[in-house]
Design a protein around this ligand. Structure first.
Ligand SMILES: [Zn+2]
Ligand SMILES: [Zn+2]
Length: 247
């Protein structure tokens, strides 16, 4: 974007802010100061919890206040991940929980504008994504028709933009329309996800590249692990995962 264009856009968004004041997605108060466009200063200061180091090397969950090196958490030990490492920007709580809900169920794609300031506060995430090929976790065609978009695809595009490089590649398809996995244990989730994903037709893998699977929330990691298994089978050597939030 050229300087003139940027100036024009800034002026226009300032005007729009006056006509349509922005409100916080979490508490509803006005948002006029602070780094976020859709989360007020009070909510961001108190309730956005960043997953900075030290954290689990597999899922990114932070080890609060413990002076230890990065290592895998107990949960990830049971997951037996087929991907190598993982990072998440923040925890799936408060305003971020609202953000994901708005993104998935309210077509509120404007919340993605806050990916940039979130990532700024977790610079390790930006380094982690650098130069990789980002692969969104796919939606089943039925759900894609219903929702009209895949939120993980948008997230991957915003991650790419913020990481200054890399590309997004839709390498996977979802063959099985699995029901919501909430409430199921790890074993049942794994069973439900059996053969749920496949490599998209005519997609090829470049073994020299690093691939990162992208999803909105890391819950148990089973979905990401099922996707990772397909990519591994296709020959991917360098494979990690990245999420917006850890829940
Ligand atoms: Zn608020
Ligand atoms: Zn973990």
């Amino acid at each position: 974007m050229g300087g003139e264009e940027r100036k024009k856009k800034g002026w226009l968004s300032d005007l729009l802010d006056i006509i349509f004041p922005r409100s916080c997605i979490s508490c509803g108060d006005g948002v006029d100061v602070g780094p976020f466009r859709h989360i007020c200063q009070k909510c961001s200061d108190r309730h956005v919890l960043y997953a900075n180091a030290p954290h689990c090397t597999t899922c990114g969950y932070p080890f609060w206040g413990m002076a230890e090196e990065n290592r895998s958490c107990e949960h990830c030990y049971h997951l037996r991940p087929v991907f190598s490492g993982g990072r998440t920007i923040c925890l799936f709580k408060g305003p971020i929980r609202r953000m994901v809900h708005a993104l998935k169920y309210e077509s509120a794609l404007y919340v993605l504008e806050d990916i940039a300031p979130l990532m700024e506060r977790n610079p390790g995430m930006r380094d982690f994504l650098q130069g990789a090929i980002l692969v969104p976790v796919p939606l089943h065609p039925r759900k894609l028709r219903e929702r009209g978009y895949n939120q993980s695809q948008y997230l991957a595009e915003y991650f790419c933009k913020e990481a200054n490089g890399g590309t997004v590649a839709n390498l996977l398809i979802r063959k099985k329309d699995t029901q919501s996995q909430t409430g199921f244990d790890l074993k049942t989730r794994k069973e439900n996800l059996k053969n749920a994903f496949a490599l998209a037709p005519k997609m090829s893998i470049d073994l020299t590249f690093r691939y990162i699977l992208v999803d909105d929330v890391f819950t148990t990691g089973s979905t990401l692990n099922a996707c990772a298994a397909v990519l591994r089978k296709a020959g991917v050597v360098h494979l990690d995962v990245a999420t917006l939030a850890h829940g």
